[in-house]
Ligand binder design. Structure first.
Ligand code: AMP
Ligand code: MG
Length: 415
C-alpha cells in the first residue's frame, strides 16, 4: 500500500503543463496567463471628476463658507465621454459629471452638495455659490492613477479571475495568451451500466460516474469528453480507449479491483504502462495510473478510478484534480483545509486514511463538522449533502465527539 502523498506525487510526475492558446478574454476565466501583460495606455487616460459637481481652481474658493460663499460664473457643462473646449479661470467654474475629463485651468471638483445649486431656480445656471474652501486636487482622479502606460499589469502565471478579466478589458486587451484547458476523456466500464436516457432493465444500474466525473472536470477548468460505456469485454474496452488517444488525459471508472470481470487492467497493461496501487485511504483504495501509448510516440496519461460512485469522486478530488490543475499551469494544487470540531464520532478500523463525508458549518470563528449520512462508498447522496471531507489519519483509531479534526473543504457553501 502507498500513501495518498506518494500516489499524488506519482500522478503529478506523469502530467505536464500544456501549451498555449490565444483567445477572447471572456473564454479565459480560471486559466493561467502565458504572457506578461503591459499596458499600452494610462488608466484612467485623463484627469477626471470623481463626483458630479463643479470643476474649478482651488484658489477660487479661498475663505469660502456657507454664510460667505465664493461666487463664480458658470461657463458651461461637461458630461462623461465629452471633452470641454472651455478653460476655467480664477472667477469661473464648469458644471461637470463623474468621469468627465477635467477642463483646462481647473484643478479640483466641488460636489453639488457643497454648492448652492439646489437653491437656484434658473436653468442653465449662470452663477454658482461654493460653500466651502477646497484643497487642490479634491475629487479628481489622476490620469494613470490605476495603471500607468507601459506598466506591467499582470504577470505570466496569474490565474484569471473576474477582476483580472476586468483589468484586461480596462486596457483594451480583447484576446490573451493562456495555457489551454486539458481535454479529459471519460470512460465508464461495466456490463451492469445503462445510459441515463434508456429504460433500466432488471439487474442494471445507470451510469452515474461519467456525469459526476465530467462535472468535476468542468468545475476545475478542463473540457470533458464523455466516451460512454465499455462492456467488460477486451475488444470494447480497447476500442474505446483508442478514442481517447487525442485527449490530454483519460479517466476511466470501474474495472480496477480484483473481480473476475475487471478487464480494464489487462487491456491497459497491453496498451501502455500501468501501475496498480492500493492507496492507504478509504473510500477508494484501488487505483490505476499510467500512460496509454498511441501513434507517433503519443502518450496519454490515464487514471483508473474505482467504480464505486463515491470512491471515484473522492479519488478524482485527490488525484485527478491536481493533475488537471498542473496541466493548466496552476501553482496551488491543494484544496482549502479547515480545523473543525467533530460532532459525532468516526472509527478507523483498518489503518487507512479516512475521508468521511461531512457537513461543515461556521459559528463565529469556529468550524463544526457532522457526518452527512451513511459512509458506504456507493451512497452518493451523502456525498451530495457534504461540503467537506473529515480526515482521520492512518494511525488514529477513533475520533470522538468534540475532538478537533482536519477537514478538506469541497465547497464553502453550508447547505
Ligand atoms: P468495479 O470497480 O467495476 O468493481 O465497480 C464497483 C462498483 O461501482 C460496482 O457496484 C459497480 O456497479 C459500481 N459502478 C461502476 N461503474 C459505475 C458507474 N459508471 N456508475 C455507477 N456505478 C458504477
Ligand atoms: Mg466493473
Amino acid at each position: 500500500m502507498i500513501t495518498v502523498e506518494q500516489a499524488l506525487e506519482k500522478v503529478l510526475s506523469y502530467v505536464q503543463v500544456l501549451d498555449r492558446e490565444e483567445k477572447p478574454i471572456l473564454e479565459c476565466l480560471g486559466q493561467v496567463l502565458d504572457e506578461d501583460i503591459y499596458s499600452p495606455i494610462n488608466v484612467p487616460p485623463l484627469d477626471n471628476a470623481a463626483m458630479d459637481g463643479y470643476a474649478l481652481r482651488a484658489e477660487s474658493t479661498l475663505g469660502a463658507t456657507e454664510s460667505s460663499p465664493a461666487f463664480l460664473d458658470v461657463i458651461g457643462e461637461v458630461s462623461a465621454g465629452a471633452i470641454s473646449e472651455q478653460e476655467v479661470g480664477a472667477l469661473t467654474a464648469l458644471r461637470i459629471m463623474t468621469g468627465a475629463p477635467l477642463p483646462k485651468g481647473a484643478d479640483s471638483v466641488v460636489r453639488f452638495e457643497d454648492t448652492d445649486e439646489a437653491l437656484r431656480r434658473e436653468r442653465p445656471l449662470s452663477h454658482i455659490g461654493i460653500l466651502c474652501q477646497v484643497p487642490k486636487g479634491l475629487n479628481v482622479r489622476r490620469a494613470g492613477e490605476d495603471i500607468a502606460q507601459g506598466q506591467l499589469v499582470l504577470e505570466k502565471g496569474t490565474s484569471l479571475r473576474p477582476s483580472e478579466i476586468g483589468v484586461l478589458a480596462s486596457i483594451g486587451k480583447a484576446t490573451v495568451g493562456v495555457i489551454r484547458r486539458p481535454v479529459v476523456a471519460i470512460l465508464a466500464t461495466g456490463d451492469e451500466l445503462v445510459e441515463i436516457d434508456q429504460p433500466l432493465p432488471e439487474g442494471k444500474i445507470y451510469n452515474s460516474n461519467s456525469f459526476s466525473i465530467a462535472s468535476q472536470v468542468l468545475r476545475y477548468g478542463g473540457i470533458p469528453r464523455i466516451l460512454g460505456i465499455a462492456r467488460d469485454e477486451v475488444k470494447e474496452i480497447e476500442d474505446k480507449i483508442k478514442e481517447a488517444l487525442d485527449s490530454d488525459m483519460l479517466v476511466t471508472s470501474g474495472g480496477v479491483s480484483v473481480g473476475e470481470y475487471d478487464l480494464v487492467k489487462d487491456v491497459l497493461a497491453k496498451m501502455g504502462d500501468i501501475s496498480f496501487w492500493t492507496v492507504r485511504m478509504k473510500p477508494g483504495k484501488p487505483l490505476a495510473f499510467g500512460v496509454i501509448k498511441g501513434d507517433m510516440g503519443r502518450r496519454v496519461p490515464h487514471m483508473g478510478l474505482p467504480g464505486n460512485p463515491v470512491s471515484s469522486m473522492i479519488t478524482f478530488e485527490l488525484f485527478a484534480r491536481p493533475a488537471i490543475l498542473k496541466m493548466m499551469g496552476k501553482k496551488n494544487l491543494s484544496k482549502p483545509m479547515v480545523r473543525a470540531i467533530l460532532e459525532g464520532r468516526v472509527e478507523n478500523t483498518d489503518g487507512r486514511r479516512i475521508f468521511a463525508r461531512a457537513m461543515v458549518r461556521r459559528e463565529g470563528d469556529r468550524y463544526f463538522a457532522r457526518l452527512s449520512g451513511p459512509q458506504g462508498s456507493g451512497i452518493l447522496t451523502s456525498m451530495a449533502r457534504a461540503n467537506g471531507l473529515v480526515i482521520v489519519p492512518e494511525d488514529v483509531k477513533i475520533v470522538k465527539e468534540g475532538e478537533s479534526v482536519q477537514v478538506l473543504m469541497l465547497d464553502w457553501t453550508e447547505e
